[in-house]
Design a protein around this ligand. Sequence first.
Ligand code: IMP
Length: 207
Amino acid sequence: MEEHGAAKCLLVASRNVGKVAEIRQLLADYAVKVIGLNDLSDSAAPAEPHDTFADNARHKALQLAERTGLAALADDSGLQVDALGGRPGVYSSRYGSDDRQRIDKLLAELADVPDERRGACFVCVIAIACQGQVVGLWEGECKGVILREPRGNAGFGYDPIFYYPSLGRTFAEISTEQKNGVSHRGRALQAMLEALRGGELLGHPLR
Ligand code: IMP
């Protein structure tokens, strides 16, 4: 891992400022400087060429680590809908040209699906790569139900139609903090933190 100033540097494979800030906050107790793609002169995002979340996360982390010489963290996530055989899955971000279109397409496909068969699962896989090697892979899942119309204005993506039964709200009706506590991404990040605490990064401890 390269030194960046006094601290070791972890590059998050994202231009999403919110996502980078969330990971930076989670790693606040570690001697790691967390940066995102926007902090690089070459901010190109790596491709997602595979058909599983794990393969895409691995690919992105390895490619960025190689390109920059830094330790790189990449995630891949999406929504698996039971009645659609797991679609849109890894293609969630490419299911339409914007969030509204993606939601409308999904709701149209589920129009005739009864309430008891509208189960869905958000999935997130996080990989860290360093010096040509994937040094950790963590997965988080979150199960819910797809509503018949959007509810709430918070969050992003499919949040307004993803109803989380134990909170009685959609992901677009709860705070970011509440969402992080139960979401697929929050759970994958927590699993990663536990591994870091246990020093399980195959000889590449981050502190
Ligand atoms: P990625 O950037 O390839 O991981 O794309 C993930 C896509 O899955 C996003 O563009 C959203 O459409 C969807 N997605 C993943 N996580 C969430 C979430 O927490 N809420 C809503 N949609 C999500």
